[in-house]
Write a protein of this length. Structure first.
Length: 476
């Protein structure tokens, strides 16, 4: 594998870390690996209580007077598997699959987000390249709210230039990002016997999903939203009692499937309302969601929530329509504000909905928190906002941007794109803590992040490593 790449060491490290489970909250093993790597090479390494690891490599001879640079990426990955794939993300290694220039994992997410950063930093720390002093910051739990970076002591960073390696498109440098917040809405859904009611199960599947920030502008259907549409149509024609409702697995991913079990009065046939809802849903589908499938089947009797509680939940879910809310001023292709229903669960007489809201304008996040709190209260629920993180404000023409543009132009013979991203990056926390830090975020071509369809274009990672080495080589 990877015989035709110049930066072979990067791919060897990527293979190595792919054998170590590293889902969010389970980074102790990969942190052990990095600390052991540093000890073997005599490098200074600091590990904190959150399993963040900070490794320093002193400058090459003759480069001692050059400014130092911090490189940064996160250790954790989103753990998603295709239906029917047996994979235990707490202990099983990823099964890498190479087809030509494309790398994927068999039936699961690949973890290129952000395994590419880990591999690049390890390769730099292990290299004989002519480099200034570098600080490599490996953070944890980025995918569940940037928790590792929030816990890290920023005072340990001496550098005032930072290359983040958590972007996902070659030739596009990110220099600003959205802030965000997670919201949990909890409702009481006490269950009781439902004698004299008929039971049905409706399932939505085959949707593409994706990252709830970067892919939110693509118009892909959210499976929880689709399920809510179906139940809204059915509840408009008859009483409905919810038995269970479940969709989504990650609060920062667009749900690909959702299932609801419900009851209607005996003798009621919900088929026509279901068919009408599916027709409406199909008119909204993008080409990415060509695999959409919705079914309605008879189900076994169960205890169910009462009609009033069920209606409040259906009405709430009908209001929580995921997607972009506003575009960036002056940037028609960039989303400014959005929210996404990531996870929906009922059980134990309760319902819980988790959303991820994003905006590059902090006041817009404030407004979204107020809106979601109001909707939750109207439904008779309680609302908790958590894991809020700051955005990263755009600064034009910094020294690091100029260096990147110069090196990129020499390598590619064209100008790069320098833009922002509608997703949370740890850069926002660094910028907030160290306002004079000059930051740029780079990455190779990674597609379908946070889904089992995730792929990495191998030559783009090869070139990215060479680009970073050349940038570091020109810092004097």
């Amino acid at each position: 594998m990877f015989e035709d790449v110049k930066s072979k060491k990067v791919f060897e490290f990527f293979e190595a870390i792919s054998r170590i489970p590293r889902g969010s909250g389970n980074e102790a093993g990969i942190a052990d690996y990095i600390c052991g790597f540093a000890a073997e090479r005599g490098l200074d390494a600091y590990r904190d209580g959150a399993n963040n690891v900070f490794v320093t490599k002193e400058a090459s001879p003759g480069r001692e007077s050059a400014p130092s640079v911090v490189l940064q990426g996160h250790l954790d990955m989103v753990c998603e598997a295709d239906p029917g794939t047996e994979h235990d993300f707490t202990k099983d290694p990823l099964k890498l699959v190479q087809e030509g220039d494309i790398l994927s994992a068999e039936g699961t997410t690949l973890g290129a987000d952000d395994g590419v950063a880990v591999a690049i930093m390890l390769a730099l720390l292990d290299s004989d390249e002519d480099l200034p002093r570098i600080e490599c910051l490996f953070t944890t739990s980025e995918e569940v709210g940037l928790d590792g970076m929030k816990a890290f002591d920023m005072g340990r960073i001496r550098s005032r230039m930072m290359i983040n390696l958590d972007s996902a498109e070659e030739g596009i440098a990110t220099v600003s990002c959205a802030g965000g917040v997670r919201t949990d809405i909890n409702l009481d859904m006490p269950l009781a016997p439902a004698d004299g009611w008929d039971f049905y199960k409706t399932s939505v599947s085959g949707l593409f999903g994706g990252h709830s920030g970067e892919d939110i502008a693509l118009g892909r259907t959210n499976a929880v939203d689709a399920s809510a549409t179906i139940l809204r149509f059915i509840s408009a024609s008859s009483d409905v009692r919810i038995v269970s409702w479940s969709g989504g697995t990650k609060d920062n991913a667009i749900p690909r499937s959702c299932e609801a079990v419900f009851a209607v009065p005996a003798g009621t046939d919900p088929q026509d309302a279901f068919d009408e809802a599916v027709y409406v849903l199909k008119t909204r589908l993008t080409d990415d969601d060509a695999g959409f499938n919705a079914t309605l089947d008879k189900a076994s009797p169960h205890d169910a929530a009462d009609v009033a509680s069920s209606r409040r939940l259906i009405d709430l879910m009908s209001q929580l329509r995921s997607g972009p809310l506003e575009k960036e001023r002056g940037m028609s292709d960039m989303v400014e504000t959005s929210y996404n229903v990531g996870v929906m669960r009922t059980g134990g007489g309760k319902a819980k909905i988790t959303l991820s809201s994003r905006s590059s304008v902090s006041e817009k996040l404030d407004d979204l928190e107020l809106k979601l709190s109001a909707l939750g209260r109207l439904a008779g629920g309680t609302v908790v906002h958590r894991n809020r993180y700051p955005g990263w404000k755009y600064r034009e023409g910094t020294e690091l941007q100029k260096l990147y543009s110069s090196v990129f132009g020499k390598m590619y013979g064209r100008k790069p794109v320098i833009t922002g991203i509608h997703a949370g990056l740890e850069c926002g926390l660094v910028s907030d803590a160290i306002p004079d830090m000059d930051i740029i975020s780079l990455g190779p071509n990674i597609k379908d992040l946070h889904s089992p369809s995730e792929t990495l274009e191998i030559p783009t990672l090869d070139r990215l490593y060479q680009l970073v080495v050349r940038m570091l080589g020109e810092i004097r």
